[in-house]
Design a protein around this ligand. Structure first.
Ligand SMILES: [Zn+2]
Length: 252
């Protein structure tokens, strides 16, 4: 990429070629530019990955316009008359905004500010946080996933702690991406592990998948439950049992 200062001293290049470059750059969809940066960095960009570090200031607005344009084409291919149907006139824009700024916010925006503080009181008792409501969409159908999560933390004197409300903010950031539940619980465990570095960490998630309720088998009762156990929760069956019985008690 040519920097503005280099461009200024590059007299060998005719101005018209420069203008052509600029025009070509202008015509490149912003999603392509972002994807190229991710590929150059050899990073992954799966549905549940965060790509905020590859999006430059001002590009989210352009991405919104691009998604809106593509969404209009989807509506058009669905043979919906968005010109005459007042209900769908602004749907493309609404859906684009909903994806980028709300339900998939955790892909395009950076992590919420969370301050860790040292375990000054040297707490070493099992802590349980939850239920925390989780909202996501499945990667397979983009159908809603709504559920609850419980976190078990076994701190040690070297652990960091985070404020109670911060669990919800971090988890929401992970869940606000197209997810599959098995990977979501692992991502939740990973982020809490890295922030807190506890002796043990447990995550239990129970969720309704609307791709089961709304389509497919149309089963209203099925729920999916996943758990991840790490450190002392993995090694100590009594701790694991205590955590699971307290979670089941709270579930009622
Ligand atoms: Zn699905």
């Amino acid at each position: 990429m040519t920097t503005p200062s280099l461009r200024a001293i590059d007299t060998s290049k005719p101005a018209s070629a420069d203008q052509q470059d600029a025009a070509a750059d202008e015509g490149t969809p912003v999603s392509v530019k972002i994807r190229e940066r991710i590929k150059a960095a050899q990073k992954r960009f799966h549905a549940n990955d965060n790509i905020a570090e590859f999006i430059e200031p001002g590009e989210l607005d352009k991405l919104l316009d691009e998604v809106q344009g593509k969404m209009s084409e989807v509506l058009s291919s669905l043979v919906i008359d968005t010109d005459s149907d007042h209900n769908t006139q602004d749907t493309a824009r609404r859906v684009a905004k909903m994806y980028l700024n709300e339900i998939f916010r955790g892909r395009y925006h950076g992590a919420p500010a969370v301050t860790e503080f040292p375990n000054a009181e040297r707490l070493n008792e099992l802590m349980i946080v939850g239920p925390i409501t989780v909202r996501s969409a499945c990667s397979h159908h983009l159908c809603p996933i709504i559920g609850r999560v419980w976190i078990g933390v076994m701190p040690n004197e070297h652990s960091n702690l985070i404020g109670l409300s911060k669990y919800a903010r971090l988890i929401d950031w992970i869940m606000s991406r197209p997810q599959i539940q098995e990977e979501a619980v692992t991502q939740v465990a990973d982020i809490l592990q890295s922030r807190m570095n506890p002796d043990g960490l447990a995550v239990v998630m129970e969720a309704d998948h609307f791709c089961m309720h709304w389509r497919g088998v149309k089963d209203m009762d099925s729920k999916m439950i996943n758990s991840v156990m790490r450190g002392s929760f993995l090694k100590d069956p009594n701790l694991r049992r205590e955590f699971l019985s307290l979670v089941n008690h709270k579930k009622g």
